[in-house]
Write a protein that binds this ligand. Sequence first.
Ligand code: TXA
Ligand code: MG
Length: 312
Amino acid sequence: MDLIQQASVLIKEGKLVAFPTETVYGLGADARNDKAVASIFEAKGRPQFNPLISHVSSLEMLESFACLTDKAMDLIKAFWPGSLTLVLKRREDVQPVSYLVSAGLDTTAVRMPDHKIALDLIEASGCPIAAPSANPSGTLSPTCAQDVERTLGGKVDMILDGGPCRVGVESTVLLMTEEMPVCLRPGGLALEEIEEKIGPVLISSGSSSAPRSPGQLLSHYAPYRDLRMNAEDKREGEAYLAFGSSGGVEADLNLSPSGDLKEAAANLFRMIRQLDREPFTGIAVAPVPLNGLGLAINDRLKRAAYPRSYPR
Ligand code: TXA
Ligand code: MG
């Protein structure tokens, strides 16, 4: 079995594989597998769940989980494979990617990398591969396999070595769900080139300071119902989202009956959505400890629980 095939077996088993792209090395997992995606956040030590890019090897694969628009198609024809990530509406009807990949948003980021090893790996795995840059949270993105080995070596199941990255900065991220495309992160493909193809692009005010672009956008995600954290009881009308044994409160769903934070992260966004509907009038969430992935879980719960005075 060659290395790509070995790596694809790991991906199918829900393991982590670091792989080269033309921009930077990615830390990849099966984008449809909640637990595998949770492992990415755990390995990076991310204090928050930022949404991830799903990497595809064909348009057909893209259309299995995202909605294409004419403008997006024009960009794809011009720049894929390449250093351009498109944020599109998620599809729910076919084979959606994990809600953790979207960090609970209704959108999903997609890119076709311009790198043979990456494309072969995606093709052999037969699924979109979710991958942030393969570095611990808050550190520099890796542009060679040794960078990954040094910082994440013990946490990934395999590193595919494709030598140094040709582009060396992350992809340009364009939000395609508004009237006019919005640049959320400047990157490997110049805005001028993009504007030449599709006309004017808005620049997100957050983007100048930001590899982690949609801090603001993220706060847009919230359940429709009020959410109460650290809840040790269930009030009239509320759904109860438990964690572990939850002191015996009757659970409607449980993030992780065994109290496993990785499992809880994998279930978080999907379960909140499942409870954000009738007959419930609110969602009470059990206390989740503040260690490991619990930090990211509590961060997202805090945002979801933030009181909002505007109609949604
Ligand atoms: O070049 C790259 O883009 C590399 C290689 C591995 O492909 N990947 C990368 O991933 O830089 P990451 O996770 O470090 O950055 C992904 C960016 C973040 O700024 C994230 O907020 C944004 O894409 N993003 C992902 N999904 C999004 C969504 N649904 N809405 C808005 N922004 C999103
Ligand atoms: Mg990054």
